[in-house]
Design a protein around this ligand. Structure first.
Ligand SMILES: CC(C)(COP(=O)(O)OP(=O)(O)OC[C@H]1O[C@@H](n2cnc3c(N)ncnc32)[C@H](O)[C@@H]1OP(=O)(O)O)[C@@H](O)C(=O)NCCC(=O)NCCS
Length: 177
């Protein structure tokens, strides 16, 4: 993860909206991805997810017309796999990631998902901490998973979407269309 600690965080003053990602969001989504990951996805990957991959569930959080977070999930059989997920560095630690993940898990559960699975870099303790709050547990490890630095991937599984932390659910934003 990149270090943006020297940058000034922005506060969310207006209402926050969680909605499906559209092609019009692509530039902002790609920009968030590029400042968030050392191996960002090319734009064509997000395009594919939005236009061709029927398993994809693509979401953004919008505040005052600006995309501040994004998540792509893959719905496979009864599992929602978190494929990529980031909050813009200027908007982190304001609960946005948690609200977005909650929304995605709850929506996937409504579609019939029973479990959730993801890979996270071994050194990405912030993300691991967030996933732990939701009840994800470490379920495996893949050595030398990431091409840029050979870092291992930690596999995390949320075994039962029915049980994801009730205290987190109480903080959910109201539904948006
Ligand atoms: C991981 C990420 C999506 C979290 O987004 P966010 O909007 O900042 O998350 P939230 O503010 O909702 O934080 C939720 C919880 O995550 C944990 N967390 C988030 N950032 C953290 C940090 N820097 N250090 C420790 N814990 C952290 C905390 O438990 C936090 O809850 P708290 O603020 O009540 O302590 C964001 O840091 C990010 O985009 N990182 C880069 C991309 C990435 O790593 N994505 C995940 C790939 S698997």
């Amino acid at each position: 993860m990149n270090d943006h600690s020297s940058r000034t965080s922005e506060d969310l003053s207006g209402p926050m909206k969680i909605r499906k990602m559209t092609l019009a969001d692509l530039a902002q989504v790609v920009a968030i991805d590029q400042v968030s990951f050392s191996l960002p996805w090319p734009e064509r990957s997000f395009h594919f997810e939005l236009t061709e991959n029927e398993a994809s569930r693509c979401w953004v959080v919008e505040s005052e017309g600006r995309v501040v977070a994004m998540l792509v999930g893959w719905f496979v059989i009864d599992d929602i796999h978190i494929a990529t997920f980031a909050t813009h560095p200027d908007f982190r630690r304001q609960g946005i990631g948690e609200k977005l993940l909650s929304h995605v898990l709850r929506t996937a559960r409504g579609e019939g998902a029973l479990t959730s699975f993801l890979e996270v870099r071994e050194g990405n303790l912030a993300a691991q901490e967030m996933y732990r709050k939701f009840g994800y547990v470490v379920s495996g490890r893949r050595e030398h998973y990431y091409n840029d630095n050979g870092e291992a991937a930690i596999l995390m599984t949320l075994g039962s979407l029915a049980d994801f932390d009730a205290s987190i659910e109480t903080k959910l934003p109201s539904e948006t269309p």
